[in-house]
Write a protein that binds this ligand. Structure first.
Ligand code: NAD
Length: 397
């Protein structure tokens, strides 16, 4: 092959072409295949992952998101191999960078794909090696208010994408599923606390689309006796990794939809002028909504316990603390934890689609899975959230 300098003298365009090809080859060898790539793209795309002995290969959809990233981290640290599927429409690429840095390459992979793209999803699932043992399906849009304004997005993203996922799991011969559902399926229950036998009567498209996805899973299970699953209905998730590696950072453009803990931290950091509590005339003790706040670490430990309880028909469990805390009490705790002067505005009008009070009866999960929440003091969980957020004012950037 003639040396490039002779080419460059004769033909600069050929020289440039040669340089471009050589750079691409070096780039591919360094970043392609099994090596770590930038987090916006795939990581370890073609690797054959290797879980520790006796551990599983678990697909975590929505693993760039708040809850999914915590799950991926804890599962990976426990020796499972984790493949994250996420389209990064909502999550944080920075969370994937943290996962890439914490977990060994043989136990972590990320594929950027949209669960709405059925052919791409089926192709990706079928190619994964080893064949996944289990899928934890967290990926979803998940804001009550947003669902009222754009219901179709919710039925597509939550319900239809669950259909796609099951379809592709069938093609790839993946037989086990842990499904993230929500207490929003209960709507405004007549009796509290909410048990798994409380009739589901959702009052917003988010809750309705989740309930429909649950139904899809139940009917699919009836058609395939070798399939097993568990359905977990979470109450309000908050807190973050107590070691400060991961946190909750919804995209700034979603700030208007924000959950109360994120909004409180934004207000504490001065990113918004005030914190608005929406709805002050609910039939509750202080007039604000009452919720059951479950720490994200407890939530993931319930998933780990649930992995040993995958059955057909799929069992259903509430995941909460069993304790109701009003939004006002939660905000007061948040103000104490941050120690910052937060202007709290009380707005009489409730958010559309909001229910007054829900908290869980957790006796079924305690009895069957031997699981219960460890963090029952919201101030402690908020301290974890604040520790991360105060150091990550603008998220993972
Ligand atoms: N946060 C809560 O309080 C709460 C309560 C009950 C249930 N849940 C459920 O838990 C799950 C996770 O919620 P979260 O709070 O971590 O939300 P999140 O927005 O932080 O994470 C969701 C992730 O899913 C991804 N995603 C969305 N649509 C996708 C698609 N079409 N293809 C691929 N990836 C897609 C997003 O990019 C994001 O990374 C959701 O299913 C939600 O309904 C959450």
């Amino acid at each position: 092959m003639p040396p490039p300098d002779r080419w460059s003298r004769r033909d600069p365009i050929r020289y440039l072409l040669f340089a471009l090809i050589a750079t691409s080859i070096v780039w591919y060898l360094h970043f392609g295949g099994n090596a770590n790539r930038e987090y916006q793209g795939d990581i370890n795309a073609r690797a054959v992952l290797r879980p520790d002995d006796g551990k599983l290969h678990i697909v975590v959809t929505g693993g760039a998101g708040y809850i999914g990233s915590h799950a991926a981290m804890l599962l990976g640290e426990a020796g499972h191999a984790v493949t994250v599927l996420d389209n990064l429409s909502r999550g944080n690429g920075g969370a994937l960078r943290v996962l890439r840095d914490i977990l060994p390459p043989r136990r972590f992979r990320f594929l950027r794909l949209d669960l709405g793209d059925r052919p791409a999803l089926c192709a990706a699932l079928s190619r994964l090696r080893p064949v996944p043992d289990l899928v934890m399906h967290f990926a979803a849009v998940a804001y009550v208010g947003e669902s009222m304004g754009d219901p179709l997005q919710y039925y597509k993203n939550v319900t239809v994408n669950t259909v796609n996922l099951l379809d592709c799991m069938r093609e790839a011969d993946v037989k086990q599923l842990v499904y993230s559902s929500t207490c929003a399926v209960y709507g405004n229950p007549d009796e509290l606390p909410v048990t798994e036998a409380t009739p589901p009567l959702p009052i917003n498209p988010y809750g309705q689309s989740k309930l429909m996805a649950e139904e899809v899973i139940r009917w699919y299970a009836r058609s395939d006796p070798s399939f097993s699953a568990i359905i977990l209905r979470y109450f309000n998730v908050y807190g973050s990794d107590p070691e400060g590696r991961l946190g909750e950072y919804p995209r700034p453009e979603l700030r208007s939809q924000a959950r109360i803990s994120g909004a409180c931290m934004d207000a504490a950091l001065g990113l918004i002028d005030s914190l608005t509590i929406k709805g002050t005339r609910h039939p509750t003790e202080d007039g604000t909504c009452v919720r059951d706040y479950i720490h994200v670490m407890d939530l993931i430990s319930a998933h780990v316990a649930g992995m040993d309880h995958l059955y057909n028909p799929p069992p259903l469990y509430n995941i909460g603390t069993g304790k109701g805390v009003s939004v006002k009490q939660f905000v007061d705790a948040c103000v104490r934890v941050t120690g910052r002067p937060i202007k709290v505005v009380y707005q009489e009008e409730a958010r559309p689609g909001d229910y007054a009070a829900v908290w869980s009866d957790v006796s079924k999960i305690q009895r069957d899975l031997g699981w219960q929440a460890n963090y029952t003091d919201v101030e402690e969980g908020l301290r974890h959230a604040w520790e991360w957020r105060r150091l990550h004012e603008h998220g993972y950037a």
